[in-house]
Design a protein around this ligand. Structure first.
Ligand SMILES: *Cc1c(COP(=O)(O)O)cnc(C)c1O
Ligand SMILES: [Zn+2]
Length: 416
């Protein structure tokens, strides 16, 4: 069954056949949406066929994905997604909320949300016969591609800024891809990956460039629908908080809900809230200025996964909020660190870009953007182990004492 029928440009709305273009719109470089054959999907599947699936991964949604079964069963490629949703009562109580869900992506094979996109890209690469996949990355997208490529026996090349956190670089290297660090920032790595793909005929996974990444990322929305909206019988519209750098996760989440809505499988679209650090707020700036014109910033946030000068999927990311009655929220890096601590206290270890979404919820409540009565989900996109330096900044240092009881007693006496 052919589930994808083409692309549509997010800027000029021009439609293209699946084999006509590979990346962005030839007219205006607009990011392309993948168009699905909704009738064919509705003939072949229903919500119930999905609910009955025994596949506990993103691949349970294969009927809604624009690729065929990628194979590689029994490998990490097949265990991406179907991440847990938590309802920590202490956190909800502290925020005065009734219905709060946290979806934790740290259990993905490479410990971040990005595995969803990379797993789908591996499937697409096989279909078009690509020998080498290349990507630029702040770390997580590269680690995800390297891990998924290793699982599938696919060749991959990763460009990352040389300032990427060491844990992320270590992960890239361990997975055995060709890893090249660039003496520049993420935006420089992006440009180099595109140039290298042209030069060597590689298939480029770059975020906000390859239309298929959002199709992988939309599986998070499909899970939120199944696990929370249907599973917990949510009354009213769900608020969904997503941290935003390039804007591809939020665009993918929006696409997932739009697909479900268009299929007639979802009654009410959730309201989507994008959260950015004040040190990297290009999209939020446009939102707050009431324009769709996104201007580059000089990114400085400690949340490296969302540190982006010029978001590559900015327009769709902006519309994910404006078209759903959501909003953009800006948080300070201190609030991001406080978020790491708050999440840690309920047993969830998040990297800064993940706790950003939680900090956004705290801010949205304080500003009255949402009411504590509204059902709300926060997407936590990556593991704290990805950036232990930031974790130590949030948690502080542990005391060191002599290994005897006297020192321990003195320590507790001093602490009072
Ligand atoms: C990539 C990433 C984000 C942001 O996704 P964008 O598509 O760049 O907006 C957020 N959190 C983590 C952990 C990420 O790796
Ligand atoms: Zn266009």
């Amino acid at each position: 069954m052919q589930k994808a029928i083409g692309y549509q440009c997010s800027l000029c709305q021009t439609r293209y056949g699946l084999d006509e273009v590979t990346y962005t719109c030839p007219k205006d470089d607009g990011v392309l949406d993948v168009l699905l054959d909704l009738e064919a999907i509705n003939r072949a599947a229903s919500p119930q066929t999905i609910f009955d699936s025994t596949d506990r991964s993103m691949w349970r949604y294969l009927p809604l994905l624009p690729v065929s079964d990628p194979g590689h069963t029994g490998t990490p490629l097949r265990s991406v997604g179907w991440t847990p949703v938590y309802r920590p009562p202490q956190l909800a109580a502290a925020l005065g909320m009734k219905s709060l869900w946290l979806k934790d992506e740290s259990g993905n094979p490479s410990a971040s949300f990005k595995d969803r996109a990379s797993a789908l890209l591996i499937a697409r690469a096989a279909e078009i016969g690509a020998e080498v996949i290349v990507t630029a990355s702040t770390g997580n997208a590269g680690a995800a591609l390297a891990g998924m490529a290793a699982a599938a026996g696919q060749k991959a090349v990763i460009f990352a800024p040389k300032t990427a956190p060491p844990a992320k670089v270590a992960q890239l290297l361990v997975f055995g891809s060709e890893v090249i660090l660039v003496d520049g920032n993420y935006d420089d790595a992006v440009a180099l990956a595109v140039a290298a793909a042209d030069e060597y005929g590689w298939y480029c996974r770059n975020t906000g460039y390859n239309p298929f990444t959002a199709e992988g990322k939309k599986t998070a929305a499909l899970e939120i629908w199944e696990q929370v909206i249907v599973g917990s019988q949510v009354k009213g519209r769900l608020n969904v908080f997503v941290s935003v750098g390039d804007g591809n996760i939020i665009s993918g989440v929006h696409k997932g809900f739009r697909d479900l809505h268009a299929l007639g499988w979802l009654e009410e679209m959730p309201r989507i809230f994008g959260v950015q650090s004040s040190g990297s707020a290009a999209i939020a700036n446009a939102y707050l200025a009431g324009t769709e014109e996104i201007k580059p910033v000089s990114a400085t946030t400690l949340a490296d996964s969302i540190s982006v000068d010029m978001p590559s999927d900015g327009l769709r990311a902006l519309r994910a909020a404006t078209q759903t009655g959501g909003a953009y929220v800006v948080v300070e890096d201190e609030a991001i660190l406080a978020g790491i601590s708050a999440l840690g206290r309920v047993g969830i270890f998040s990297e800064p870009a993940a706790s950003t979404a939680y900090a956004g919820l705290v801010k949205a409540l304080a500003d009255g953007l949402i009411s504590p009565d509204e059902p709300t989900l926060v997407l936590l996109t990556g593991s704290g182990l990805k950036d232990v330096r930031a974790a130590m900044q949030a948690a502080g240092e542990a005391p060191v004492i002599a290994p005897n009881l006297q020192s321990l007693n003195e320590f507790f006496a001093k602490k009072g």
